[in-house]
Design a protein around this ligand. Structure first.
Ligand code: UDP
Ligand code: MG
Length: 141
């Protein structure tokens, strides 16, 4: 599996606050190319399936409520070392721990409403990209 792709979502809090443009600009300014991009709204079923790994956690129902509270923007991003570099760009899950200048430091409200998703492995990046996009929605340059 190539290590040059990751998957992201701009979450409902960021869109409600009008931060999606600034976040996309920061992503492209950081060297990521957009291979696929979609504004959509997750059904409860899709949100539950996407976050199924967390279904036993106390925060799961709240997370599903939040992720279905408004539209999201889903994207596939390309860059060398994409997964690791994108996790560095977004910062820690809890914005109080996110480093200065990271997307979550700049735009997250709290540990739940934290502005963006980023895949945590190459394997999950491929699974998550396929969850949201068909092959004919993904460009090559
Ligand atoms: N989350 C939450 N409460 C927590 C931990 C996580 O609401 O205590 C939410 C948050 O939106 C987070 C998502 O669940 O981004 C997935 O959690 P994960 O631990 O995978 O964090 P991430 O990979 O997004 O940094
Ligand atoms: Mg995660």
């Amino acid at each position: 599996m190539a290590n040059n792709r990751t998957f992201t979502m701009i979450k409902p809090d960021a869109i409600a606050q009008g931060n999606e443009g600034a976040i996309i600009q920061k992503i492209t300014n950081s060297g990521f190319k957009i291979l696929a991009l979609k504004m959509t709204r997750l059904s409860r079923e899709k949100a539950q399936a996407f976050y199924a790994v967390h279904e036993d956690k106390g925060f799961f129902e709240g997370l599903v409520d939040f992720m279905t509270s408004g539209p999201i923007i889903a994207a596939i991003l390309e860059k060398k070392n994409a997964v690791e570099d994108f996790r560095a760009l977004i910062g820690s899950t809890n914005p109080e721990e996110a480093l200065e200048g990271t997307i979550r430091n700049l735009f997250a409200s709290n540990i739940q409403e934290n502005a963006v998703h980023g895949s945590d492995s190459d394997e999950n990046a491929a699974i998550e990209a396929a969850f949201h996009f068909n092959d004919d929605e993904i460009v090559t340059y």
